[in-house]
Design a protein around this ligand. Structure first.
Ligand SMILES: [Zn+2]
Length: 233
């Protein structure tokens, strides 16, 4: 008898494999990131193909194989139709998934990360604009979940409590430096950006996208998160 296991998974990407098959990379709640072979998916009549489209949330029955595990059956739970039918959303999701795939190691299950990715797709699916902001909130939360949590409350130099005057964000040391330490290195950071980063650590994406952010703070925070991402990984 074949050994099988069930997965609730988000399809990250799919590429051709052998003649009629595909190789599907998924992030599952049960087993984290893994690679499955989907047989015959390139055939027009394949029943599996539609359910294994990238950016779908799919219930998969996997079959253990000698060389590769296979997707034996798949039923999509949510195909995030609004993302797939909007080029701007699709571009945003493509960028987020690419970073996600790069940061996540295979075979490590983490329910919080699964939920974050699922939340991201759900929010993007219904959101009308502001996809950039959603993306950097997602990337920031992902970094925090992976252990790259910046220090936002105490000075990374002296350990003192952070007060707004003269504070800076030190990318190399991963957190704020207080005004008293008079750091020469580090990015100047506004009080609003710090508040936003603190909220981003704590709140869900659904809650975060409701915050009214002025253009200046949006630009500043986006740059800090991008720099922090490049410095952390
Ligand atoms: Zn200090």
């Amino acid at each position: 008898m074949e050994e099988t296991y069930n997965l609730m998974a988000i399809i990250l990407n799919r590429r051709p494999f052998a003649e009629a098959d595909s190789r599907v990379v998924v992030y599952s709640r049960e087993r984290g990131k893994l690679d499955l072979v989907a047989r015959g998916v390139k055939k027009i009549k394949s029943k599996l193909a539609g359910h294994l489209e990238p950016l779908s949330l799919t219930d998969i029955m996997a079959v253990r194989g000698r060389q590769y595990d296979y997707a034996g059956a798949a039923v999509s739970e949510n195909c995030f139709f609004n993302i797939k039918n909007d080029l701007a959303k699709l571009a945003a999701a493509g960028q987020a998934i690419k970073i996600f795939d790069k940061l996540i190691k295979p075979g490590v299950a983490d329910e919080a990360i699964f939920d974050l990715l699922k939340d991201y797709l759900e929010v993007l699916n219904f959101k009308k604009s502001g996809f950039d902001v959603l993306n950097w909130f997602f990337i920031f939360k992902l970094l925090v979940a992976l252990g790259f949590k910046p220090e936002l409350y105490n000075c990374v130099n002296c350990g003192g409590k952070i007060t707004p005057a003269g504070m800076k964000f030190d990318l190399a040391r991963g957190g704020l430096i207080c005004g008293k330490c008079r750091a020469e290195q580090g990015l100047t950071i506004s009080e609003n950006a710090v508040k936003l980063l603190r909220l981003a650590e704590r709140d869900s994406l659904e809650k975060l996208i409701k915050i009214k952010i002025d253009k200046k703070t949006e630009k500043e925070t986006g740059k800090i998160i991008t720099d922090f991402f490049h410095c952390s990984v």
